[in-house]
Design a protein around this ligand. Sequence first.
Ligand code: 13P
Length: 254
Amino acid sequence: MVRKTLIAGNWKMNGLLEDGLALAKDVALEAKKRGYKNCEFLVCPPFTLLSTVKKALRGSKVALGAQDCHTATSGAHTGDVSPQMLKDLGCSYVIVGHSERRANHHETSALVCQKAESAHAAGLKAIICIGETESERDSGKTIAVCQKQIKESVPSDATAQNTVIAYEPVWAIGTGKTPTVADVAEVHGAIRAAISQKLGKAVASQMRILYGGSVKPSNAAQLLSLKDVDGGLIGGASLKASDFMGIADAVCQK
Ligand code: 13P
């Protein structure tokens, strides 16, 4: 089985009804026009836009995902959203463990692991985010940090079908800074090795590993075309359909 490239947009806390709808329609239209065979598209709008965007994506090949979920199915968790609720709305993916949630909401790898497991139980694919901070990189700990995060954040029920890994160096998110191509290649290789250690070689060879952090149309070809890079998790550049599609154009083929 060939790993299908995934071009995923994380809209973060952006978009009101009107612009969210317009963006989703543009993405759906442009994705349809291109008809890339080896690429899958995904948009992850904020919770408030999921229903609206779902309608706009109807009949298109663009999948819908959320940016976080709770571990429980339902219950007394004010302000939280369960994976079942996301599935009910038409989501097929959910991002868990984004560095902004790890940092701003004190999410641990153990919690991220539980979230991924709950997402799987609800029939969602989990995009599990990992990545080192700037000080961890500066002290030469990048590989060790990523391997530890894989070990602790990926549940044992993870398969290549229900799980995607996103490597997002924290210092590269929204900064315009990116690792070198050699660094990305090295870290992705190490991540695949860590997956192999945890889940076996067969699963590791099939599981998609995305790169995220300041990806734009002009650097997408070099960052996303590497052997162990199976697509991108795009923040800022996913908020403009032309930029998002420009990234796809750099890596996808008909
Ligand atoms: P940017 O593309 O804005 O750097 O964000 C990356 C990201 O955090 C995607 O999840």
